[in-house]
Design a protein around this ligand. Structure first.
Ligand SMILES: C[S@@+](CC[C@H](N)C(=O)[O-])C[C@H]1O[C@@H](n2cnc3c(N)ncnc32)[C@H](O)[C@@H]1O
Length: 403
C-alpha cells in the first residue's frame, strides 16, 4: 500500500458507515453470504456446528465482516473471524459496529494482507474491493491463496474494466488538474469536473456508474484514487492461475453466460464449443456493463467439485425473498423483472414456477417439493431445472443439503 492509499482510507474510510445503523439493519452483499459460501465452496453440505476460521482481508469499515459474523453467530457456528486492514480509522468503525451488535467472534488486526500467512490457515478468505488497489495485485492474490487451508475457499471482488468505462478517463483528467493539495480541495475540483462533463463524455454516458455523485468518500474512491486498476475476465483468470486458485463461479452466474443474451441458434451452437472461461469472457464483452467481478475460488490442487447440484436431497434456499412472495411477483407473461448495472431484464420462468416456489422454504428438499406439487417426474425435473437455472443465475436461489 502506498502512503497515498493509506492516507486516503485514514481520511475517508470507505464505504462510509454509521455504526449506529447496526441497530436497525444488516448490510448484505457478495461475496461472503454464508449460504453462498456453503453452495459454492462446500457443495451445500458444510456442517456449521464445526469451527470455521475466516479472514476478512482489507475489511474496511466492516460490511462483509459484520454480515459474516452475524450470519455465523445466527447459525450457532463456533467461528473465529479475523479482520485485517491497514487503515486504523476504518477498523475503528468496524469495531464499533461489532460492539453494537454484541458480536464476540471477531479478532481485529491492523496490518497488510500481504502478511496474511502470518495469521494461520483459514477455511474462508473474503477480499472485496481491495486487490485492485495494491501496487502489486499479483502478490496480493498469492498471499491470500497461501493463507488458505487445502480444502478452503475464497470469495473475491475486483473491478471490471468495461463496466467502469469513463472512470479511468475522469481519473486521468483529474491527475492533470486536481493537484496534490488537501483531499477536500481535490474533491472540490472533481465535483466541478463532474458538473462540467458534456453529454458525450463516457462517464456521463455510463448509466451503471453513479457512486461519484454520492458522498466525498465515494467520489474520492472512484475518481481520485491513486492506485486503481480493473480486470477483464481473462486477466482475472490469469491472476488466479498464477496464485494457484481455481474459479468455481462468478456472481451473478447468468451475467457470465452468453445464452442469457443470445437467442440465435447458430450463435448459441458456436458459443457451445467455447470453454467455460471463454464463455464468461465473451459474455463480458457482449453486455459491456460488468463493473466488478465477484468470484468464488478454491485452491487449484483441490480436485473435488465444490459447487452444490440440484439433486432430490437438496433444499433450495431463496436469498432475499420468500418463495410464496416470489411466486406472487411473477407477471401475467410468466416472467419476473430483475435489474442490475444499468440493465433491466425480464426472466421467463416455467409454468410450474408459482407452484414450486410456494413450497420453497429453505428446508423442504427438491424431492419433497415434487411430491407436494404433485407433478409427473419428467415434467417436474425439466421445469425445476429451468426455474433453478433462472434464479440461481441471478444469485437468488442456492442449495443446501439439510443435515
Ligand atoms: C474500497 S475499501 C473496501 C473495504 C471492504 N472490503 C468493503 O468491501 O467494504 C479497500 C480497503 O482495503 C484496505 N487495504 C488496501 N490495501 C491493503 C493491504 N495491503 N492490506 C490490508 N488492507 C488494505 C484499505 O485500507 C481499505 O479499507
Amino acid at each position: 500500500m502506498t502512503d497515498a492509499v493509506r492516507d486516503q482510507y485514514e481520511d475517508l474510510p470507505y464505504p462510509p458507515r454509521d455504526p449506529g445503523d447496526e441497530r436497525h439493519r444488516l448490510v448484505t452483499g457478495s461475496p461472503g453470504q454464508i449460504v453462498e459460501i456453503d453452495h459454492y465452496l462446500y457443495a451445500g453440505a458444510r456442517d456449521w456446528a464445526e469451527p470455521f476460521r475466516v479472514l476478512v482481508a482489507g475489511g474496511g469499515t466492516g460490511d462483509a465482516l459484520i454480515m459474516m459474523a452475524q450470519q455465523l453467530a445466527d447459525r450457532g457456528c463456533p467461528a473465529d473471524i479475523h479482520y485485517l486492514d491497514l487503515s486504523a480509522a476504518s477498523r475503528a468503525i468496524a469495531e464499533e459496529r461489532a460492539r453494537i451488535r454484541g458480536l464476540a467472534n471477531i479478532t481485529f488486526h491492523t496490518g497488510s494482507l500481504l502478511e496474511a500467512g502470518g495469521y494461520g490457515a483459514f477455511d474462508y478468505i473474503d477480499c472485496c474491493g481491495v486487490l485492485h488497489h495494491l501496487a502489486d495485485p499479483s502478490a496480493g492474490f498469492r498471499a491470500l491463496a497461501g493463507a488458505l487451508k487445502p480444502d478452503g475457499g475464497i470469495g473475491l471482488m475486483v473491478y471490471g474494466e468495461l463496466g467502469r468505462t469513463g472512470v479511468y478517463h475522469a481519473q486521468e483528467m483529474l491527475r492533470m488538474i486536481a493537484g496534490d493539495g488537501p483531499n477536500a480541495e481535490r474533491v472540490g475540483v472533481a465535483r466541478k469536473l463532474v458538473e462540467s462533463l458534456p453529454p458525450t463524455n463516457w462517464l456521463k454516458r455510463n448509466q451503471a456508474i453513479g457512486d461519484y455523485r454520492r458522498e466525498d468518500a465515494a467520489l474520492f474512491d472512484m475518481l481520485l484514487h491513486s492506485q486503481d486498476r480493473a480486470y477483464r475476465v481473462p486477466e482475472l483468470a490469469a491472476e488466479l492461475d498464477q496464485a494457484g486458485l481455481h474459479p468455481v463461479a462468478f456472481i451473478e452466474p447468468a451475467l457470465y453466460d452468453p445464452d442469457t443474451f443470445v437467442r440465435d441458434p447458430e450463435l448459441r451452437r458456436r458459443l457451445a464449443s467455447l470453454s467455460w472461461l471463454d464463455r464468461c469472457a465473451f459474455a463480458e464483452l457482449l453486455s459491456g456493463n460488468l463493473r466488478k467481478h465477484t468470484v468464488y475460488c478454491v485452491p487449484a490442487a483441490q480436485k473435488a467439485d465444490t459447487v452444490a447440484k440440484p439433486t432430490d436431497e437438496a433444499a433450495p434456499v431463496l436469498k432475499n425473498i420468500d418463495g410464496p412472495a416470489l411466486a406472487g411477483a411473477i407477471g401475467p407473461d410468466g416472467s419476473i423483472k430483475v435489474s442490475g448495472d444499468g440493465m433491466e431484464m425480464g426472466i421467463r420462468l416455467p409454468p410450474m414456477a408459482p407452484a414450486i416456489l410456494r413450497q420453497v422454504d429453505g428446508k423442504r428438499r427438491i424431492g419433497e417439493i415434487r411430491a407436494a406439487v404433485g407433478a409427473g417426474e419428467e415434467d417436474f425435473r425439466r421445469q425445476f431445472a429451468a426455474l433453478y437455472n433462472a434464479l440461481n443465475g441471478m444469485n437468488q436461489m442456492l442449495l443446501r443439503y439439510p443435515g
